[in-house]
Design a protein around this ligand. Structure first.
Ligand code: TMP
Length: 236
């Protein structure tokens, strides 16, 4: 599979066309951004780690019945994926209070939630991705009601599968963000990535943060934390 022209360049990824109109190649870079691009930097080695972590977790979800865009890993940083029409929603699932939820409801980070919470952010850079609910998503016609039901089912199932898997590695899945797309035949697939950029991973024993918060909050040690997640996932 060969890379053709570049279609898109984001903060942490570049996307290329291929010979096949249904397939594209994503290249993960070391670029890091937070707070809607107001904070930018790099995390050395991140691209290669996120490529492998995301593919490993997507394969696991695929095996357990959640369709994904994943086709095959091409190289350290590159993966072939199915082209999908993206639904402009960030789908966030939370098990423990952290980040923006902690600020919003005034509860300390680390408070366990009685049941998982699903939130939507409307993907719009100019608006700063405002939080909306499922009624807004339907009223704005971001997707069909059946598609939204599928997305919610997949998001909660992914939470169960990922939590169980990560627990075996002494990682507590605090929260994470998913994005979905629609293939040419209408199938809803899990797209984008699942990595320390898009999840909160806390060490079960020490509570140490093994994710993007190390960069967002200038805690240092982001490179080592990302490496640690990859090692735990693949060292079995
Ligand atoms: P938040 O606490 O900032 O709302 O983030 C919740 C989770 O979603 C956290 O694991 C980070 C992830 N996330 C992204 O990956 N991208 C985003 O743009 C946002 C807002 C959150």
């Amino acid at each position: 599979m060969e890379r053709k022209e570049q279609l898109y360049e984001g903060k942490a990824k570049k996307v290329y066309a291929t010979d096949d109109p249904q397939l594209i190649i994503v290249e993960y870079t070391d670029g890091a951004a937070a707070f809607h691009g107001r904070k930018k930097g790099t995390i050395a080695g991140k691209g290669s780690i996120n490529n492998r972590v995301s593919n490993d977790l997507m394969r696991l979800l695929e095996k357990q019945g959640i369709p994904t865009h994943l086709v095959e890993q091409l190289s350290d940083r590159e993966t072939v994926i199915r082209k999908a029409q993206m639904i402009p929603l960030k789908v966030i699932v939370r098990n423990v209070v952290a980040g923006s939820l902690s600020t919003r409801i005034g509860m300390p980070e680390g408070t366990r939630l009685k049941s998982p919470v699903l939130e939507y952010n409307y993907k719009d850079d100019a608006l700063g991705d405002p939080m909306i609910n499922r009624f807004h998503a339907l009223a704005l016609d971001l997707c069909a009601p059946e598609e939204l039901a599928t997305i919610e089912r997949y998001a909660f199932r992914a939470n169960d599968i990922l939590r169980t898997r990560l627990q075996q590695l002494d990682i507590d899945l605090i929260d994470f963000k998913l994005e979905f797309g629609r293939l040419a035949d209408g199938t809803i697939v899990l797209a984008d990535e699942i990595s320390p950029d898009t999840c909160r991973f806390w060490d079960t024993e020490t509570g140490e943060r093994l994710d993007m918060d190390r960069f967002r909050r200038d805690m240092g040690g982001a490179e080592d934390a990302y490496q640690e997640v990859l090692h735990r996932l693949l060292e079995e």
